[in-house]
Design a protein around this ligand. Structure first.
Ligand code: ADP
Ligand code: ZN
Ligand code: ZN
Length: 744
């Protein structure tokens, strides 16, 4: 019994698909955040302590096998954030923690800062003559002692490089043992040190801030040290990035770190470059092509406080920082912030939660803020900061809608657009043509027997790619050799619809002298090519750029005076209730690539629906009305941000299994609603997903809407428990998506 008083009962999160944490006995008090190895069934798994209490040790519990580290792998605030996320997204805590940790922490190796080194100096106040004398019989130690004394703090590595240059007794020797002896004798001392590479002088801020920029900066800076959320609503080219740089600078001079989230590093080399120029080696950029070791180093730098700025995509939100002072989410509306599988979090929403836990301000910047953020600002939950003018003489381009019923498209391009391109070419001005579809044509079909090239694994057409002469499925990645004749009746196939390659071909025929660059994932398939092509465009070595949404994000192209939108109509009539919002964001962003210099510029949108009210509002830059419109629509049919939604998804190679499972889910849910008297929930019927077959799996979905987040949460908690405990849940692959961003 005397032993039991010293035992502790701890809860450990383990990366298994079970929602709760597990109880174990620990030999001593272990701080939450510490990594341990625990027996689990017949396996040994790495887990994280999430709580401990001294009382009521249950002796049936198993003992922790090994305590991996003396210090935490996750800090208090981060642990609280991840706990909250696990509850909010109804995702198992062990899996959430696992997703948040770098791979190197998922193996049973103790934490060790790979960036640190041990440095030595001779003990202050030592009498050198006496010391030298006492080392008379140890010439190597003496030589080393003298070497150390002739410097301030010096590392073993420096000692090594110095001692290879001087001849003498320690040359080429293992200095480690000698140093240890000197420490033991009390002649030198050591400490752990983190080397920081000296940063080059930052480029001075050369521009005077506009009044609106200054106001925005002041507003944020006045909230340093406490939680406050801002929406920085600045039109394209209004100087948002400049605001980010200034507030980050002030944050750093106050001795704190900044976290900057961007949608995709690869697509925003200019923003990364501006931050790097400014903050030198203090900045850690987190990107997808990093090795595990590089991630581990970054993790340490952030946690030790050596990284002044951490800049990264979605998952960078999990970077534990020693002393965060500011969070910035650039292009906060971007859908890439939502993780679409596994732990389906939204990095912007986690960032807001994190800012509140850390007690720091957060800035959500965008030229086209999400409906959620606009609504939160309207409700007073965020403070709105506006940058409503472009910098200097730059003006927003004029937008025209071209009716493709009156001006038919020839191989994708109408005569007014063709004329505008010609006009630009004559004046050495650049054009961007935007079409969000790769390949030559999305449909290959036979006009005689109606055969169509379709993917046998998806409910989708195969896109014809002329450059490789292949049919490709853009959904599952399937590629087959293209044929030019109908496999059923040998008639020559006909290509319907337009992709980037087709526009490229049209332009080469029309303007054989023009320098044309295709900017899609087929052509721009490496970071190198991306950077090189952007450079060529900015140096004026390209006349016409044909781009997918790759071209629409963040780039600053001073020479572009014309943007042509080839085919926005697919976005006008979609099953996704967010389609108008996404179309709006795409068009405004791509239009924003033009008109960044003094030369007047224009945008031409080709459409078969020039009467569409959304297009009118985009043409007139009537963003307020656009948001108002969408707000009314969503309020009426109760959709986010006026309702809280969750989506069950199920898939199976069996064409009925997904729907059957969701029928079972639905019945279970209705029972819970009745039994627990949960109000304000609308449960839709299970349906086949809009694209039912994808990569050989049949998909179904079930949408839940709630007035209150609380009731949705309560329902889901009971619901998931019952579903998980049912054998039905093991017959299909299923998931629950909280705040889904895509309804396919
Ligand atoms: P955004 O991020 O809103 O698109 P940027 O910060 O990239 O805008 O600014 C657009 C351009 O204007 C950049 O070339 C930037 O260097 C320049 N700029 C920003 N603020 C100022 C200013 N106050 N005075 C002069 N130029 C500025
Ligand atoms: Zn045919
Ligand atoms: Zn497919």
């Amino acid at each position: 019994m005397s032993n039991s008083a010293r035992l502790f009962h701890v809860q450990v999160a383990i990366p298994v698909p079970i929602r709760h944490a597990y109880d174990y006995i620990a030999p001593r008090r272990l701080e939450p955040g510490i990594r341990v190895v625990v027996p689990f069934g017949r396996q040994k798994l790495i887990g994280i302590i999430i709580s401990n209490h001294r009382s009521s040790v249950d002796f049936k519990l198993k003992q922790i096998e090994q305590v991996l580290d003396q210090e935490c792998a996750i800090g208090d605030n981060m642990l609280e954030l991840l706990h909250w996320a696990s509850g909010y997204y109804h995702h198992p805590i062990g899996k959430v923690l696992n997703a948040a940790l770098p791979a190197k922490l998922r193996i049973t190796k103790p934490l060790k800062n790979p960036v640190t080194e041990t440095v030595y100096r001779c003990l202050p106040g030592l009498d050198h003559a006496t010391t030298n004398k006492s080392l008379a019989r140890a010439p190597r130690q003496r030589a080393l002692f003298e070497l150390v004394c002739s410097h301030g703090w010096i590392s073993a590595k420096q000692i090594k490089s110095l001692s290879t240059n001087i001849s003498g007794p320690i040359r080429g020797r293992d200095t480690h043992g000698l140093l240890t002896s000197l420490i033991d004798k009390g002649f030198i001392e050591s400490r752990i040190h983190t080397p920081i590479a000296p940063s080059p002088e930052p480029k001075p801020f050369q521009d005077r801030l506009t009044e609106q920029q200054q106001l925005a900066i002041n507003a944020v800076v006045s909230c340093f040290g406490k939680f406050k959320s801002f929406v920085l609503y600045g039109i394209t080219g209004s100087g948002k990035t400049e605001v980010y740089l200034h507030i980050t600078e002030i944050c750093i001079t106050q001795g704190r770190q900044a976290l900057v989230l961007v949608p995709e590093i690869a697509l925003t080399p200019q923003l990364v470059e501006r931050f790097t120029e400014r903050f030198g080696h203090g900045i850690c950029v987190i990107h997808s092509s990093m090795t595990d070791q590089q991630r581990y180093q970054t993790w340490w730098k952030a946690r030790a406080g050596n990284a002044t700025v951490v800049l990264g995509t979605r998952s960078a939100i999990f970077t534990w920082m020693k002393n965060p002072g500011l969070i910035i989410v650039d292009e906060e509306h971007d859908i890439s912030y939502k993780q679409q599988d596994g732990f389906r979090y939204h990095a912007r929403d986690l960032a807001i939660k994190r800012a509140s836990l850390e007690g720091v301000p957060i800035v959500l910047g965008s030229a086209t803020p999400s409906m959620e953020s606009i609504n939160n600002a309207a409700a007073g939950r965020h403070q709105l900061l506006s940058l409503s003018h472009r910098i200097g003489a730059a003006k927003l381009p004029e937008v025209a809608l071209v009716d493709s019923k009156i001006f038919p498209l020839h191989e994708g391009i109408s005569s007014p657009l063709l004329e505008a391109i010609r006009h630009g070419l004559e004046r050495q001005q650049q054009t961007i043509l935007y079409i969000n579809r790769r390949g030559f044509a999305p449909i290959a079909q036979c006009r005689v027997c109606a055969w169509q090239a379709r993917c046998d694994r998806c409910d989708a057409f195969l896109t014809f790619h002329k450059t490789t002469n292949t049919f490709r499925c853009h959904h599952c990645g399937k590629i087959i050799n293209a044929q030019s004749n109908c496999p059923q009746c040998t008639q020559t196939l006909f290509y319907a619809g337009i992709g980037t390659q087709r526009i490229e071909k049209t332009l080469i025929e029309q303007f054989p002298q023009a320098r044309i660059s295709r900017f899609d994932r087929d052509q721009i398939n490496t970071q190198k090519k991306l950077v090189r092509t952007l450079k060529q465009i900015n140096e004026g070595k390209v006349d016409i750029v044909i781009g997918t949404q790759l071209i629409s994000k963040g780039h600053d192209f001073p020479g572009v005076t014309l943007v042509g939108v080839i085919d926005p109509d697919q976005g006008l009539y979609s099953v996704d209730f967010r389609a108008p919002e996404y179309l709006f964001q795409q068009l405004v962003q791509v239009a924003g690539r033009a008109g960044r210099s003094k030369t007047p510029s224009r945008v031409i949108i080709q459409t078969a629906h020039p009467e569409n009210p959304y297009l009118h509002l985009i043409r007139d830059y009537n963003f307020a009305q656009f948001y108002h419109y969408c707000t009314e629509e969503r309020e009426l049919v109760k959709l986010p941000p006026f309702a809280y939604i969750a989506l069950w998804r199920a898939e199976s190679p069996n064409d009925k299994a997904g729907l059957q499972f969701l029928q079972f889910v639905s019945q279970t849910g209705r029972k819970i609603l009745a039994g627990k008297r949960i109000k304000g929930i609308v449960m839709m019927d299970p349906i086949s997903s809009p694209m039912e077959k994808l990569a050989g799996k049949f998909r179904a979905q079930l949408l839940i809407k709630a007035d209150q987040r609380k009731s949705l949460h309560e329902l889901l908690t009971h619901w998931l428990r019952e579903i998980e405990n049912s054998p039905n849940s093991r017959k299909v692959r299923w998931s629950i998506d909280i705040d889904p961003m895509e309804m396919f």
